[in-house]
Design a protein around this ligand. Sequence first.
Ligand code: PGA
Length: 247
Amino acid sequence: MGRKFVVGGNWKMNGSKAQINDILAFLKSGPLNQDTEVVVGVPAVYLDYVKTNAPANVEVAAQNCYKAEKGAFTGETSPAMLKDLGVNWVILGHSERRQIFGESDELIAEKVAFALSNGLKVIACIGETLQEREAGQTEAVVFRQTQAIADKIQDWSNVVIAYEPVWAIGTGKTASPQQAQDVHKALRDWFSKNISAEVANAIRIQYGGSVTGANCKELGSQPDIDGFLVGGASLKPEFVNIVNARQ
Ligand code: PGA
């Protein structure tokens, strides 16, 4: 396979300097599998602090950024600002951005394209709601979300896809390893058909949604699961076990 396992922590709107110091302490003591890429998604106000204090084997991601270089966009952060801090990654299109903040497939795709063109690496999130799954629309939804991005970019080498079924996020209801593998495989087949065999083979697809130290090994052993995007458990020492799921 040859795809490097990549585990992201998505802290969401959590943390304080004190809590972040605790998280940095368990990341430092690890030990973190050297064959796994580790990226923590940090609230914007703490990016500089975490970038300065994180161990060298932990990359830092923003949880959002805008699609313009600078200007009158109150409250937004530009890719250039992230680069200025030495932050090389951004999470885009998280279901909370889509659902709570009304971000459309098209806006997310524009942000992905702009972030990539500014040299950032992107974790692009996709996933169906419970209603969509029950209506048998899972593949149609994730293909539509991926197609929107495909319409705006050519080079996928700095993109990681995070498949996160919305019904599994923060609910304790993890997709079964087979359910996740089925969607990851379908996505890889989609890439093969619509982009190229090379991209399909190389692109890393993370699973996200109630990943824990207890379920990560079985999920991580699926052939098309190349890592995780972890919310709640990324704030806890068990994140180290999740990073090491493939060991
Ligand atoms: P969770 O969140 O692990 O708390 O379910 C995952 C995510 O939202 O990325």
